[in-house]
Design a protein around this ligand. Sequence first.
Ligand code: ATP
Ligand code: MG
Length: 182
Amino acid sequence: MEDISLHLLDLAQNSISAGASLVEIFIVEDTHKGQMIVTLRDNGHGMDESQVKRVTDPFFTTRNTRRVGLGIPLFQASAEATGGQMYIKSCKGRGTEIKAVFHTTHIDCLPLGRVDDTILSLILLNPEINFVYSHKKQDKHFLLDTRQIREVLGQVSIENPSVIEWIRKYLSDGLEEINGGV
Ligand SMILES: Nc1ncnc2c1ncn2[C@@H]1O[C@H](COP(=O)(O)OP(=O)(O)OP(=O)(O)O)[C@@H](O)[C@H]1O
Ligand SMILES: [Mg+2]
């Protein structure tokens, strides 16, 4: 995988396949500690204990079109390549949480990439699903919650081009700000 935002796109796809109506992505960057924690949480159908154990094994997948599921093992490998770790918590019928710790000063740490593009694509491709994107960096915090946007929109669809354009700008301005831009 080229960057972490593409991993997130892939993991969110699992959540959507699991019937989630809410997908939450949390990123916490601590530049002093050289650590980044990336969490994806959904309210999909979850996995039981044995599925969770097997999910980090690339020969386990419930897809029947193809034998090997690689999304989670690749995410785990990217975290472990930096000396970090990945954790999965899942509860059948309730949802799943996947969390990975990246050591950002490690030479093999992937760049974060365009999380704003990932979030925008997820919203555009899945207008019926709600997304939360929370990004903390030191004392700065950016938050996007499509439930709040929908509340303001009332009858207007989130797919409306001017709404999408507003979300795109809100994301890019917000990220520029937490990354120290103007
Ligand atoms: N969020 C989730 N909720 C419920 N089940 C999940 C979730 N994420 C993964 N799984 C289960 O774990 C399996 C492995 O996931 P993984 O992303 O590694 O591979 P895949 O989605 O099957 O294939 P690929 O990602 O390579 O297209 C999935 O097939 C699914 O059964
Ligand atoms: Mg997958």
